[in-house]
Design a protein. Structure first.
Lengths: 170, 179
């Protein structure tokens, strides 16, 4: 099958190659632009620390007993979603429910509860949806493995195309 | 020929996927509550008309009931009010008002203006019990069966379709409770 395709390619000669690649170009370009756009959005979402200072200026003042507690509060409120305005984390949101939940998290930290316990407190009430970093499970496998599979798949594709063209030129 | 079609097909496939996701984005905003199928959390709250009376969710157990989360500040609660009124009159089971993060005076005035079809109201000024209930926006309507298990939750205003669906589920719960 592969061999037949390869020989067909050679018989067509360089003229055929040029024709097919120009028809090829538009869909490939469209695909590349789309993939770039998608990965760009994903990358933009993946930098939560970017506007950290501006984000925390909105939060009511809280009396932390230590730097460690404050750091834990920051990272927890950053990785938990506000369910009301769903594109914001608890740290970013101004809505009353986010304020209540921040207060709740603050008190849980003061009570000496672990990050795991606080996360599962939230998941028990609002579901996995509140986690910006969802757990690795059967239904999230595509989410976690998807980018790696896509990257490997396209790398293999590129290598195959390069090899075939090299063969065609020889 | 096939080689030219493949990238185009992938591209069109992705476009289709994104379009479909856009269409269903509204539904994804409705977070499925992990509390469905689990017992109602324990909370004790004061009444709205009777602030001195403390009622607990455990007291309600024994028959099916409805919890309706509302607030005088909530615009969609006005929208659904006629249907909530009908639930109170036609369901045959208690309709518990969960007055969420509201001012007592405003809430009482709101009820005066629109009508009070609820069996009684519990007031959660702090919003602590609401967190345990997994409430994230008013209005929300919970159906609880006679064993105190949350059977259904509707997020957003009740309209004719939702009303009919709720009534069907309520009738199911009632016949379960009787048998």
């Amino acid at each position: 099958m592969n061999k037949a395709k390869g020989s067909g390619f050679r018989v067509q000669g360089s003229g055929g190659l040029r024709l097919s690649s120009s028809v090829f170009r538009l869909p490939c370009l469209l695909l590349a632009v789309l993939l770039l756009a998608v990965s760009g959005t994903l990358l933009a979402q993946a930098s939560p620390e970017a506007q950290d200072e501006q984000r925390f200026s909105r939060i009511e003042p809280l009396d932390f007993r230590s730097e460690v507690e404050q750091a834990r509060f920051r990272s927890l409120t950053n990785e938990l979603r506000c369910t009301v305005c769903q594109n914001e984390s608890l740290a970013e949101s101004d809505v009353p429910l986010a304020r209540d939940l921040r207060r709740e998290i603050f008190h849980m930290i003061q009570d000496g509860r672990s990050d795991m316990e606080i996360r599962s407190f939230m998941v028990d009430r609002y579901g996995d949806f509140v986690l910006y970093r969802p757990p690795l499970a059967g239904h999230t496998l595509l989410l976690w493995a998807g980018p790696i599979v896509l990257l490997l798949g396209s790398l293999i594709g590129v290598i195959i195309v390069i090899r075939r063209r090299q063969q065609a030129l020889q | 020929m096939i080689r030219m079609i493949i990238p185009l097909a992938i591209f069109l496939g992705l476009v289709a996927l994104l379009l479909v996701s856009l269409e269903t984005a509204e539904q994804r905003k409705l977070v499925a509550s992990p509390l469905i199928g689990r017992p109602v959390p324990n909370f004790t709250l004061p009444g709205l008309h009777d602030p001195d009376v403390q009622r607990s969710s455990a007291d309600l157990q024994g028959e099916p009931y409805i919890i309706n989360v509302w607030g005088s500040w909530c615009w969609a609660c006005r929208e659904e009010h006629p249907y909530i009124e009908r639930l109170g009159n036609e369901s045959g089971i208690p309709l518990v008002g969960f007055n969420w993060k509201d001012e007592r005076q405003d809430a009482l005035r709101w009820l005066n203006q629109f009508g009070d079809a609820w069996t009684f109201h519990m007031v959660d000024f702090e919003g602590r019990a609401a967190i345990d209930l997994g409430v994230y926006g008013a209005p929300e309507t919970f159906l609880v069966d006679h064993e105190g298990i949350i059977r259904h939750k509707h997020i957003g205003p009740v309209d004719q379709t939702v009303f009919e669906d709720l009534m069907r589920r309520i009738m199911e719960m009632r016949s379960e409770a009787e048998s």
